[in-house]
Design a protein around this ligand. Structure first.
Ligand code: ATP
Ligand code: MG
Length: 380
């Protein structure tokens, strides 16, 4: 009897001709996730298997974060021998209480006992061995699953994995990462679709401090754990902000700031080879996220801008942030460059046609080039 992790994949099933290349990438990504544990990983029978490891909890934690996976089940692998299967069932059930049902499946039809008989006999043995358990075939609390394939596998319970598509199958994008709650979640949502991501952060020292920078680095590292690494561009943004503050109408300050972020992000996206930008905007959340304001920032970008949170409420975004572990860091109270020069009365219905005039006193190209030239590249 040895411990194995059964790994089920999700949407990869929908892939037609590309399926085998998706599965190869997915299997490689599981291998990367367990690197250093000594575990072996293989693909067989529309499943991925992980075996030869010590610590099941550690393996589950690593594997369930891999994008493209639907769920995992810690299981026992035994020989195709009924007594061995029975022993594994008792082991799986030894700490369970409440109601249960045995679900047996025999894809190897040469196995001498059929699924129904196996379920009945195993159910009886489990009842004899564990007085805390009762049978309920309709709504059992525990499903004890037995699968007879190349070996026999016995398990109870299924842990949901990250879902999405395998990392590396969806191209590349650049995330505008602030220190707030929204942008890490936006990055996660797009990474989850198999997209490799770099992060771009705008900082305005001395108005934003070392702690704000550290916070963004921490968030980037958290995201990197899902994607197997991440490049982060730290953009010096003080000069742009000061010039905007001095030379542009106050009520358009935030919007013009965001247009500069887009211009600079588009250039850095090229450096990374990104085909799209990603932001954490949500419709109507603040003045710069009304439809009109988004129209004014969107027109700047020469590549598509993805806003995966556009239709979510803050409370829904927070729930995802908690799930992926970024929330506690995001709420640390360090200032963002956007908050430093916030206008008292930002315009909520700006017109695209008014923007060139509002930006007329700025040397846009020089400001953008200087910010790009001063950008620091970090790798996690
Ligand atoms: P968040 O919670 O992610 O900070 P927000 O609701 O505070 O978002 P804004 O400050 O208007 O909204 O920013 C909208 C989006 O612009 C952010 O989600 C992020 O993608 C990007 N952004 C804002 N500030 C920065 C920054 N300093 N560096 C990089 N991107 C930024
Ligand atoms: Mg913000």
């Amino acid at each position: 009897m040895r411990k194995v992790l059964l790994v089920r994949f999700g949407e990869v099933y929908l892939k037609g001709l590309n399926r085998s290349s998706f599965l190869k990438i997915l299997t490689d990504n599981v291998k990367k996730a367990v690197k250093g544990t000594g575990a072996s990983v293989w693909l067989a029978d529309s499943r991925i298997y992980v075996a030869e490891f010590e610590d099941m909890d550690d393996i589950v934690n690593r594997v369930k974060k891999v994008f493209g996976l639907y769920s995992v089940s810690p299981a026992y692998e035994v020989d195709k021998d009924f007594e061995e299967i029975s022993k594994a069932c008792l082991e799986v059930c030894k700490d369970l209480s409440g109601t249960f049902k045995v679900l047996a499946r025999r894809s190897d039809k040469s196995f001498p006992i059929n699924s129904m008989d196996m379920a009945v006999e195993l159910g009886g043995r489990i009842l004899d061995a564990n007085s805390q358990l009762k049978v309920d075939v309709h709504k059992p609390e525990h499903k004890v699953c037995v699968e007879v394939r190349d070996h026999a596998y016995v398990y109870s319970g299924e842990i949901m994995a990250a879902g999405g598509l395998p990392m590396g199958t969806g191209g590349k994008a650049a995330l505008l990462l602030s220190g707030g709650i929204d942008s890490p979640v936006a990055g996660y949502q797009i990474m989850r679709r198999g997209v490799r991501m770099c992060a771009i952060h705008f900082m305005s020292p001395p108005y934003t401090g070392e702690l704000a920078r550290e916070k963004v680095v921490t968030l980037a590292k958290m995201l990197a754990a899902y994607s197997g690494g991440m490049r982060v561009y730290m953009v010096p943004f003080t000069k742009c902000q000061l010039e905007i503050h001095e030379k542009c109408p106050e009520e358009l300050g935030t919007l013009i700031t965001r247009r500069f972020m887009m211009r600079i992000a588009c250039k850095l996206a090229k450096d990374f080879g990104a085909q799209a930008l990603v932001t954490g905007e949500s419709l109507g959340q603040v003045a710069s996220q009304t439809m009109e304001a988004i129209g004014c920032t969107d027109e700047i970008s020469d590549i598509p801008v993805f806003r995966p949170l556009i239709g979510l409420d803050k409370i829904e975004i927070i729930r995802i942030a908690e799930k992926i572990g970024t929330y506690e860091t995001s709420i640390l109270p360090y200032e963002d460059c956007c908050t430093v020069f916030t206008p008292r009365h930002p315009m909520t219905r700006p017109k695209k046609s008014g923007m060139p005039k509002a930006e007329a006193r700025l040397d846009i190209d020089a400001l953008v080039d200087e910010a790009v030239a001063g950008t620091e590249k970090l790798i996690f």
